[in-house]
Design a protein around this ligand. Structure first.
Ligand code: THU
Length: 164
């Protein structure tokens, strides 16, 4: 038996002003997107904004459904829209935030497991790490990639190396 450690480093900010201008803009766009979420069941409005290599930004928000599992998270709405509109362009940064009871949440929003898996596909497809900005009102956490958020993941790499 051999024990090993998985280390992931992240950065933490306590104010928007500590971030670069383009990150601040992306975060503001995610917050705006959250305002347009369709979340009548959870009343938890999530907004996501993705910056693409081609300079475009695409936003998404959660879209709920009376049949709960038929809804979709903000991150996947944004990512699928981005890949549908610009299939050639990598996603470089993702910002996520949420509004609850009319206010931006304090705890930074972390993408759910299903979103992490979907976002990993984009990282693998374009061979580009996606920086993640998890945003709460006075706390922002930055991760360098989706694979950092999903250690020991299953991806196309596993399928293409079957038996090797
Ligand atoms: N949700 C997101 O859109 N993204 C996340 O990262 C976490 C959860 C949505 C799903 C559902 O509409 C609501 O937030 C409550 O879970």
């Amino acid at each position: 038996m051999e024990e090993f450690k998985i280390e992931i480093s992240a950065k933490q900010y306590s104010s928007l002003n500590e971030l670069a201008d383009n990150d601040q803009t992306l975060i503001k766009q995610a917050l705006e997107a959250a305002q347009n979420a369709y979340a009548p069941y959870s009343e938890f409005q999530v907004g996501a904004a993705v910056l693409l290599q081609n300079g475009e930004t695409i936003c998404g928000n959660n879209q709920e459904n009376a049949a709960y599992p038929s809804g979709l998270c903000a991150e996947r709405v944004a990512m699928f829209y981005a890949n549908a509109k610009y299939p050639e362009s990598d996603i470089t940064t993702l910002a996520i935030t949420a509004i609850q009871n009319g206010e931006q949440v304090k705890i930074p929003i972390s993408p759910c497991g299903a979103c992490r898996q979907s976002l990993l596909e984009s990282e693998m497809r374009f061979k580009t790490d996606i920086r993640v900005l998890m945003v709460g009102k006075n706390r922002i956490i930055e991760f360098n990639s989706i694979s950092d958020l999903l250690p020991l993941n299953f991806s196309s790499f596993n399928l293409h190396n079957v038996g090797k």
